[in-house]
Design a binder for this molecule. Structure first.
Ligand code: UT7
Length: 329
């Protein structure tokens, strides 16, 4: 019998209906469609509107869709990990709330925060529980309501982010498919370039933190860009080389969607045909931990059993990493 691996046996994504276009942003801040598209590749993004609508709304839609698509009963789920930087509350975990909303009565659940790399960190974490044989059905979800962290008077960030999410079901297999390898990094010395200044235990919420807009995302774009281009390309090539993969044997690169120029640079370093790169940044912007599962969801019909996929991300923290997946269906 072969090694026990975690296979992705279903994928689902969900985005809210409201479309925030570049044209609408032109009316809100001093920007232009031309600047946004040439610098980032983004044309529009989705926004979750409505009072009391948190990241759990996105997570629950993803989980319900996954259960339906895979014919899985809620009580069969052993574990749910939600990666998010926009949880419903500081505590309890959004995963606990989604478990309750979806009737996952036999699952334990928790949140994981690795910013834009969160989905990959969660995927690798969840796959370990399958590989040990202790868990049979594990849900990994990235759910992000980035609009709550976005200052719509700051043109340097408000054009970039959107709301949405996606997820996968992991199940055991002894076939040569599934999560084959992963490599992750963190470098906390990069934290000052991309973070939320206020609201945590260092700077608890106060009139001052609100007045100085410290509850919104702070990003020094150019600095992050330099680290992201190198980090995402390096780790993608590293995972290719240590699994003896060539640009011909890779079916798809599934990159985090922060900036089209970062994606292109990564694909070039991997010597990949641009047609093998999943890109939907133009429609959804940067949904942080949502981008990679949203790509898998949109490309699901084009994937075949045995396809080699390289999933790669770079994000705040800094965090970055790559997961090598052999598609299982
Ligand atoms: O997802 C996790 C990790 N995040 C990333 O990977 C994001 C990495 N960074 C980036 O993607 C890019 O740095 C940005 C898209 C955020 C910005 O692109 P850039 O080419 O690095 O632009 P910049 O920040 O160097 O700004 C260039 C100019 C500045 O004007 P000056 O100082 O040259 O006069 C900005 O003030 O563009 C200006 N600018 C804008 N102009 C029109 C900044 N934002 C805007 C805007 N519209 N929205």
């Amino acid at each position: 019998m072969g090694k026990l691996r975690a296979a992705i046996t279903g994928v689902h994504g969900w985005v809210p209906d409201y479309v925030l276009t570049n044209a609408e942003l032109e009316k809100m801040v001093d920007t232009s469609d031309e600047w946004i598209t040439t610098r980032s590749g983004i044309i529009e993004r989705r926004i979750l509107k409505g009072e009391g609508q948190g990241a759990s709304v996105i997570g629950a839609e993803v989980v319900k869709g996954l259960l339906e698509k895979t014919g899985t009963k809620p009580e069969e789920i052993d574990m749910l990990i939600i990666s998010t930087v926009t949880p419903d509350y500081a505590f309890p975990a959004t995963a606990n709330i989604v478990s309750d909303m979806c009737g996952l009565k036999n699952a334990w659940s928790y949140d994981l925060n690795a910013a834009c790399s969160g989905f990959l960190f969660a995927l690798t974490t969840g796959s370990q529980f399958i590989e040990t044989g202790t868990h049979k059905k594990v849900l990994i979800v990235g759910a992000e309501k980035m609009s709550m962290l976005t200052d719509y008077t700051d043109r340097t960030t408000c054009v970039l982010f959107g709301d949405g999410g996606g997820g996968v079901l992991l199940e055991p297999t002894t076939e040569e498919v599934g999560i084959m390898d992963s490599k992750h990094y963190t470098d906390g010395s990069g934290r000052q370039y991309l973070y939320q200044k206020g609201g945590g235990s260092v700077k608890p919420p106060s009139f001052e933190t609100v007045a100085s807009k410290e509850h919104f995302v702070h990003q020094e774009g150019q600095s992050v860009f330099k680290f992201a281009v190198k980090g995402m390309a390096d780790v993608s090539v590293e995972i290719m080389e240590r699994n003896n993969l060539t640009s011909d044997s890779i079916a798809w690169l599934v990159p985090h969607q922060a900036n089209l120029r970062i994606i292109d640079a990564t694909a070039r370093r991997m010597k990949l045909d641009p047609r093998k790169v999943m890109i939907n940044i133009q429609k959804y912007g940067n949904t942080t931990t949502g981008t990679i599962p949203l790509c898998l969801w949109e490309w699901e019909d084009q994937l075949s059993k045995g396809d080699n996929l390289i999933l790669s991300a770079f994000g705040g923290g800094f965090t970055w990493g790559s997961v090598y997946v052999k598609w299982a269906y």
